[in-house]
Ligand binder design. Structure first.
Ligand SMILES: *Cc1c(COP(=O)(O)O)cnc(C)c1O
Length: 725
């Protein structure tokens, strides 16, 4: 029975683990994560939960010895079998609904992808969404490939200096130590491609991220054959000035298409995630011209191949390049197009005859897409308004639709919560669970996306108030202990020695309000402190305490955003809020997951209507954390009056000052009139029944609606597989 594993069996498990570590499927499979964590608990914690790095941390000899623990080996075998089954699954949604995409896939271009904390190549929500889009495309079994850039230094890490001012530093991303693989050519050599940028031809190599069944290709110019300027081109996410920016975008758009051709791919749709990728349209035209088409024919043939998603109504979110910069960056590439420079510029101009107009990537994308969409219903309206003068048709006829964003549910769910729901689903003695299993079988990873699973949340026979409350307490404690650990580390860097205080920061019984996102000024991080005296009263009410956890990065050149951070940290250290308000440094996917799980309330107070969608609030629902939000972005569609809390209504004043004043007053009103009383209204057993009722309703109505599972199906039905005309 307890026979030791043979050498061959051990070899097989080791090669299986190596393969698994280089497929991000493990980031949304709890059992797989448990295995890597168990191999090196400290390595797991210190190395950004990175399976590849853990396998480097553990020697091959140790691994062989550890696998002789037969119980451990058995678990590894089960995970590897699940992984193989996932990769080979013959009956996916894609097979049934989008089979033509296997021959001619969707090519999804994005300047950033946020997959996991071990691969920090995203700056914010746009990248996170791109990562989640790929994960769901994989789950659904779509013919789909991603194209992006491999940033050697990634996005910046945040530190706070003695003046509470954000400073930035960069950790080199070593391709050998992160979940990527080099892309090789037929001879087993590095695949190399080339793009003309400025006067030179720039070579690039490629790294593949395996996202379940979906490959994502990341272009990298860091090669000895390139001049230093171009070697550094892919160093940082949105690094440098607009010259770097235009060159990065040429690499992404033009280089991305060339790479796909080198791989022998003929995508049916090129999906531009934001205008950053819009130069791909020029390369598609160049190809057609090289094959003998006229410029007009090439333009007409390119448009049906492309679709475009716009992500922001904020003006700075739309890239614009001066004619001089275009001239400099495009001088060699544009020689391949049979057009004048003025004609080239016209493709990115609203008014082709205006020689002073800049070249706008959004305009280019809109001109050469068969379909364009915004990312929520309200954002659709705002975008149609914004671009009406360009299309010159009545506002409701502007050809910009909307598909509301979502999240990859299993990827965002905290480990302890994955286990909680999974146990619920598989508990055989439980009536509703049994019925549910009969409907969906044991495939819990797909069942978890179904509305019928989340509708069960209103059924006390499926999960009791007491169980839900216990879960909430556990998650809040996990967050508070995480925050204390983090704050201790932060403080040791600043002022060594005062660690005792940190074990008493925050109160595990307090109503915990979270705010974490990019510190773009329109998101108004410090808005709530406009009611400073009132907030103090709330925080110091001993019988009904409230506390705040903040996190977020400001763009390196955004001093106003940095002032917001400074202001909040200052309050956390030097006001009567000390101990009840903390700022966690270095917001990333990991911090985000801790916060959306552990907070009771997720605060969202953007300046309406500038939050195109927002996704962090969607990550909260499945953990039983409820939204308290301005009626902007996704919340306007999600909120039904009983599944969270609304700040204000479906309108906003015109002036910014008035808006800030009204919104902060409303915020405080909702907090004191609704949120705090509901949270602290406990029955004889100490359970806040009404709060939990609202929480159940929030899970039942929001979770399955705001997933990328739903979103990618919409993209597939509406755009990827629809007839092109
Ligand atoms: C979810 C997420 C975002 C986006 O949050 P918004 O609510 O859309 O602002 C940004 N950064 C990280 C790390 C995230 O996890």
């Amino acid at each position: 029975m307890n026979k030791p594993l043979s050498g061959a069996e051990v070899n097989e498990l080791i090669s299986g683990l190596n393969k698994l570590s280089r497929n991000l499927w493990w980031t949304w499979n709890q059992e797989a994560q448990d295995i890597f964590q168990e191999l090196s608990p400290r390595g797991w914690q210190n190395l950004f939960h990175n399976a590849v790095a853990v396998l480097h941390e553990v020697s091959e000899y140790e691994l062989r010895v550890r696998l002789q623990d037969l119980e451990f080996a058995a678990r590894v075998r089960v995970v590897l079998a699940d992984f193989s089954k996932y990769l080979a699954e013959p009956r996916t949604w894609g097979h049934c609904h989008a089979a033509p995409l296997y021959k001619n896939p969707v090519a999804y271009f994005s300047a950033e992808f946020g997959f996991h904390e071990s691969l920090p190549i995203a700056a914010g929500g746009l990248g996170i969404l791109a990562g989640d889009h790929c994960k769901s495309a994989s789950d659904l079994g779509l013919g789909f490939v991603g194209v992006g850039l491999f940033y050697r230094e990634g996005y910046f890490q945040q530190a706070i200096d003695a003046n509470n001012w954000q400073t930035e530093y960069y950790n080199p991303v070593d391709p050998k130590n992160v979940p990527v693989e080099p892309v090789l050519d037929a001879n087993g050599e590095r695949l190399l491609c080339r793009v003309e940028i400025g006067l030179l031809a720039v070579d690039f190599q490629v790294w593949r991220v395996n996202v379940g069944r979906v490959p994502v290709y990341l272009l990298d110019t860091n090669l000895p054959s390139n001049e230093q300027l171009y070697r550094d081109l892919t160093n940082r996410v949105y690094g440098g000035d607009s010259t770097t920016r235009i060159m990065q975008e040429m690499l992404l758009g033009i280089g991305g298409v060339r790479l796909l051709r080198a791989l022998g791919l003929a995508p049916s749709t090129f999906h531009m995630n934001e205008g950053h990728a819009a130069f791909l349209t020029l390369e598609l035209m160049r190809e057609k011209i090289a094959a003998g088409k006229t410029f007009a024919e090439a333009q007409a043939l390119t448009k049906p191949e492309c679709i475009f998603t716009t992500h922001t109504p904020v003006e700075a979110g739309h890239d614009r390049f001066s004619p001089e910069l275009m001239n400099y960056a495009m001088q060699r590439f544009s020689g391949e197009l049979p057009i004048t420079f003025k004609q080239l510029l016209a493709m990115g101009r609203e008014n082709p005859d205006n020689d002073h107009e800049t070249f706008c990537m959004t305009v280019l994308a809109l001109k050469f897409s068969r379909a364009a969409n915004a990312v929520s219903e309200l954002h659709g309206q705002v975008s149609r308004q914004m671009w009406q003068h360009f299309f010159k048709v009545p506002e409701n006829e502007v050809p910009i639709g909307h598909i509301t964003n979502g999240i990859h549910l299993l990827g965002w769910m905290k480990g302890s919560v994955r286990q909680f729901w999974r146990k619920k689903l598989t508990a055989s003695h439980n009536g509703p669970a049994k019925l549910f299993r009969e409907k969906f079988g044991e495939d819990w990873a797909s069942a978890i996306n179904h509305a019928s699973f989340w509708e069960k949340m209103t059924d006390p026979a499926f999960v009791t108030d007491e169980e839900l409350w216990a879960l909430r307490y556990k998650l809040r404690r996990e967050l508070i202990e995480f925050a204390r650990r983090r704050l201790l580390l932060q403080s040791q860097r600043a002022t060594p020695g005062d660690f005792i205080r940190y074990d008493h920061l925050l109160n595990p019984d307090a109503l915990t309000i979270g705010f974490a996102r990019r510190f773009a000024t329109y998101k108004r991080a410090p808005l709530i402190f406009q009611q400073f005296e009132n907030i103090l009263k709330l925080v110091h009410d001993k019988s009904r305490p409230v506390q705040f956890v903040f996190a977020g990065k400001a763009h390196p050149r955004d001093d106003e955003g940095k002032r917001f951070i400074q202001q909040i940290i200052h309050l956390s250290k030097h006001s009567e809020l000390t101990g009840n308000l903390v700022f966690l440094e270095n917001y990333d996917i990991h911090v985000s997951r801790q916060m959306v799980a552990g907070c009771d309330i997720w605060l969202n107070n953007p300046r309406r209507p500038l939050e195109a969608s927002g996704t962090s609030g969607m990550k909260a629902s499945c953990h039983g954390c409820m939204g308290m939000s301005i009626m902007d972005g996704w919340w306007r569609e999600g909120y039904d009056g009983h599944n969270g809390f609304a700040i204000g209504d479906d309108s906003h004043p015109d002036s910014i000052e008035e808006q800030d004043r009204v919104d902060s007053a409303n915020l405080y009103k909702v907090l004191t009139k609704q949120v705090v009383p509901l949270f602290f209204n406990r029955d004889v057993n100490g359970i806040p029944r009404e709060w939990i009722k609202r929480m159940r309703h929030s899970m039942a109505t929001l979770v399955s609606q705001f997933t990328t599972d739903r979103m990618v199906k919409e993209y597939a039905n509406k755009y990827y597989t629809a007839p092109k005309n």
